[in-house]
Design a binder for this molecule. Structure first.
Ligand SMILES: [Zn+2]
Length: 69
């Protein structure tokens, strides 16, 4: 456990820093989620998820956001 002294922790799904109090209501941002998934690209489960319609849609959203930025 390498928890910082602050009350924020990394979301296990998207890796974003989320305050402990906000965690129950935290909704992963699609772009953040994809960026985090790309870091863990070797994880087969994530690869399978990306192949699903949901995963492809999220990837498309992330690419669109990246192009706009
Ligand atoms: Zn998240």
């Amino acid at each position: 456990m390498s928890e910082l002294r602050s009350t924020s922790t990394a979301c296990p799904r998207c890796g974003a820093a989320v305050h402990r109090e906000e965690r129950p209501s935290h909704i992963c941002d699609a772009a953040q989620l994809i960026a985090h998934l790309e870091i863990d690209a070797f994880d087969a489960e994530l690869g399978q998820w990306l192949a699903t319609p949901h995963g492809r849609f999220a990837a498309w959203l992330a690419e669109r956001d990246r192009a706009a930025a």
